[in-house]
Design a protein around this ligand. Sequence first.
Ligand code: ACO
Length: 319
Amino acid sequence: MYSRIIGTGSYLPAKTLTNFDLEKIVDTSDEWIVSRSGIHERHIAADDETTSDLAMHASRRAIEAAGIAPNDIDLIIVATTSPDKTFPSTACILQDKLGITSGGAAFDMQAVCGGFVYALNTADMYIKCGQARTVLVVGAEVLSRMLDWNDRTTCVLFGDGAGAVVLQASETPGILAGKLHSDGRHHALLRADGNIRHGAVAGEPFIKMEGQAVFKFAVTVLSSVVEEVLAGTGMKGSDIDWLVPHQANIRIIEATAKKLGLGMDNVVATVAQHGNTSSASIPLALDTAVRDGRIKPGQTLLLEAIGGGFTWGAVLLRY
Ligand code: ACO
């Protein structure tokens, strides 16, 4: 038994914030942001848009592309680090917004930017062990609300958005391999400390990052996890049609592609237009390349991501 992606969808809030807009807010420049990260612009959710709203739009598109009814879904996993509420889960709120009443399970997955790969791998396990047949896997974020707009080292990097896939049990090969890792010793390098105590938020609510340390760690572990996943299947970098990486920084993406022996013609890169949308970045990139015709049925895709924690992982699949 395999699990296969049978539909993808994504959603970006209408408002865009360009590097030139940011030049008016903090001491930065388009030249610095582009040369260090590859980002030109990012989307920012409207004040009344929540993570579950973004997830709902992306999910409806994925469900439509899959040609299924919402009630066919028997598991929803939402990867997010910017949930609507402390509880209930964004996945349960999304289940309601999609009108799903079939009683399937729904839960959130918190692995920061590693979230979508974590969620996809988990969904694959549920299908392979027979606990679910049709799974909606979503990455959705409004990280702009966790940014200190006076901190130029972080506020220029992130954006909002959502992406979704419908994963279904299949006898035809779909997900071929996957591997997840974490190393909590590095939890302080990338974090948002705020937490709720007695009705008030205690601690710094904004994202803090040791950029250079994150960069070095990312390049090292992403290269090793993609090799690990490929080794398990006997495949090589040259067997991959598309690398669909987490979109944090074009230099990290280029380094990972190079290690695999892939040119940028084999990489789906949306970081220039989306910025780092954390757990939403891979399904956003995937849906972009499916809808513009680059990714075709039968092709081999490698998805990889790293996020705060640190968490990291990769999934190899036949689309
Ligand atoms: N505009 C202008 N100058 C800036 C800005 C800015 N927005 N931000 C920092 N600078 C300055 C710094 O103050 C520093 O100045 P100084 O030399 O006078 O001290 C200089 O630019 C260089 O700063 P560095 O931090 O050394 O720049 P670096 O080349 O490392 O690039 C960056 C920074 C883009 C953050 C890079 O380190 C990076 O991409 N790291 C990885 C980030 C990442 O992938 N995060 C996501 C992980 S996934 C998740 O879970 C969220």
